[in-house]
Design a protein around this ligand. Structure first.
Ligand code: NOJ
Length: 568
């Protein structure tokens, strides 16, 4: 095994690694597999996923037929927010492995035809980052404090500078003790106390992130997912929200907001695009930006800025045909107006897994995150599975790119009965135990065997960091492989057909007539996708060949909660 001692040489002399399969615009219709490293596979047996586990399982990922992987933050971190609190942007968390292993992983992924996207976290560092430690050590008015957002408190200094809430609950401000031990200034953290917000008005902050991008691009990384890409700039006067918009993460509101989606952020992404374009093989960005409308999202992917931005519409849209169709149309119109393509997402590490979401009685719209898990009754997992199969085929038939969150291809559901004492998401504590947080979608993957830990680690390994449901015995990779009706084989087949028929990627989409409660989408070359959401069974068009169906088609009819791909 490589050790920490292997890394300094790599640090000073990066290997210039070519990216996989050069192809201009590859991201436009790429399918990208999201790897949540602590829950993917445990190579060293400590109960936590790691790079050794991921390297060993790369053949599995490549075999799915995806184009790339996006790896959630793997940097050194005190883990106040599962790695989104970074203390060193140019290294790897020892719990996950070493920088040398990361470099090997990039090479091996490329050899298997997989591009590699990392996660960059520019809004905040960890409170253990050397910059923040220096800011605390040297005191008010210093150069070191200007890299963050420090302010005196209100009144006698004991009240926070304004009324902004943290996304995870409580105030977005924490008071520090000054070097002499006296209670002092406050610093802003839109997320956890351990995630101080950086000051993006500061040139040094901007230069540092450009340097970090180059550090990883020089190591062959093909791109970055940008964490909370819409939050970097704050209104210079830090005005109160005064109740006019509580700053909900999902719905920042249409009026100019003091910390979400401020226009000046686009200057940064023009600079980042220029850095990416310095590289011979296209390096790309995908923005995580919860913004108010598709038009606001489109601003991030205008020419000269980012390549793509997650479209989170499916995370908030219930299983209702008119809403699904309206969402698809709005996003396509807004993004195509700026020459971009959508990037579809059904699940990720922040939201209730879609199998559970779709298995509940469907509301008008879902709230983001945990509240939806309790708000709408017990899920019917069989129903959720049928809908999740159909939803995957809908997503993969749409123009643009798509992200597959690890485990959705196994039909995993949200684990909603994790013991309280094991919950790690800061939301649980910061909300005063009102919201259980996001751990339920982060449970380690089941690979093989008929009882937990399902081959997550090597024989004799420690228990996984979160317990897996015993019922996942039927959902392991081993149990599903070769079983034609399994979720895994459905994903494999859909991804294979998508590769064989590039018309399923970028390009034209026409809506065809369909009964109320159903969707019929025609792509070029006579490829048709019918999704029966909740209509009566629909006859297949005469003479059409079925390429793939998400479920049985009794008497040649497409029943409710079923999708089918056809060739005319
Ligand atoms: C979005 C990430 O996806 C989420 O997991 C994290 O908690 C916040 N950004 C803060 O970094």
């Amino acid at each position: 095994m490589q050790t920490k001692a292997d890394t300094p040489a790599a640090l000073s002399q990066p290997t210039l690694v070519p990216a996989a399969r050069p192809a201009a615009d590859w991201w436009r219709d790429a399918v990208i597999y999201q790897v949540y490293p602590r829950s993917f596979a445990d190579g060293n047996g400590d109960g936590m996923g790691d790079l050794a586990g991921l390297r060993a399982r790369l053949p599995y990922v490549a075999g799915l037929g995806v184009d790339a992987i996006w790896i959630n933050p793997w940097y050194p971190s005190p883990m106040a927010d599962a790695g989104y609190d970074v203390s060193d942007y140019r290294d790897v968390e020892p719990m996950f492995g070493t920088l040398a292993e990361a470099e090997s992983l990039i090479v091996e992924a490329h050899e298997r035809g997989l591009r590699v996207l990392l996660d960059i976290v520019p809004n905040h560092t960890s409170s253990e980052h050397p910059w923040f430690k220096a800011a605390l050590a040297v005191g008010p008015g210093s150069r070191a404090r200007r890299r963050f957002i420090f302010r005196p408190g209100r009144g006698d200094g004991s009240e926070p500078p304004n009324d902004w809430p943290s996304v995870f609950g409580g105030s977005a401000w924490t008071r520090v003790s000054e070097p002499d031990g006296a209670p002092g200034e406050w610093y802003l953290h839109l997320f956890d106390v351990g995630q101080p917000d950086l000051n993006w008005e500061d040139r040094e902050v901007r230069a540092e992130f450009e340097s970090i991008l180059r550090f990883w691009f020089d190591r062959g990384v093909d791109g970055f997912r940008i964490d909370v890409a819409n939050s970097l700039f704050k209104h210079p006067e830090l005005p109160d929200l005064a109740g006019r918009n509580q700053g909900s993460y999902a719905d920042p509101g249409s009026e100019e907001h003091p910390f979400w989606d401020r226009d000046v952020v686009h200057d940064v992404y023009r600079e980042w695009r220029a850095v990416a374009d310095e590289y011979p093989d296209p390096r790309v960005f995908v923005a995580e930006a919860w913004v108010h409308s598709p038009e606001r999202l489109a601003r991030y992917v205008r020419p000269g800025q980012l390549h793509s931005a997650f479209n989170f519409d499916f995370l908030l849209t219930p299983w209702r045909a008119p809403l699904l169709r309206a969402g698809i149309d709005e996003v396509l119109a807004a993004l195509r107006a700026v020459g971009s393509e959508p990037t579809w997402v059904l699940s990720n590490h922040d939201t209730v897994r879609h199998l559970t979401r779709l298995g509940r009685p469907q509301p008008e719209r879902f709230d983001r995150g945990a509240p939806q898990a309790v708000a709408h009754g017990e899920p019917d997992l069989e129903l959720g599975t049928r809908r999740a199969r159909a939803a995957a085929m809908l997503m993969l038939a749409l123009p643009g790119g798509a992200y597959v969150y690890q485990g959705e291809e196994l039909g995993l559901w949200e684990v909603e009965d994790l013991p309280d004492e094991l919950l790690q998401d800061p939301t649980w504590e910061r909300s005063g135990h009102a919201h259980r947080g996001r751990d339920g979608c982060r449970v380690p993957l089941p690979w093989s065997g008929d009882r937990p830990p399902f081959g997550f680690g090597p024989p004799g390994a420690r228990e996984p960091w979160l317990p897996q449901p015993a019922a996942w015995a039927k959902h392991t990779v081993e149990a599903q492989t070769g079983r034609p009706d399994s979720m895994l084989e459905l994903y494999r087949a859909a991804l294979r057909i998508r590769r064989e028929h590039p018309a399923l990627g970028s390009g034209r989409l026409e809506w065809r007539e369909a009964p109320a409660g159903a969707l019929a989408i025609e792509r070029s070359h006579g490829l048709l996708c019918i999704v029966n959401v909740d209509a009566d069974p629909i006859p297949l068009p005469p003479g059409a060949t079925v390429l793939l169906a998400s479920g049985p088609l009794p008497d040649g009819l497409v029943p409710a909660d079923t999708a089918v791909w056809l060739r005319a």
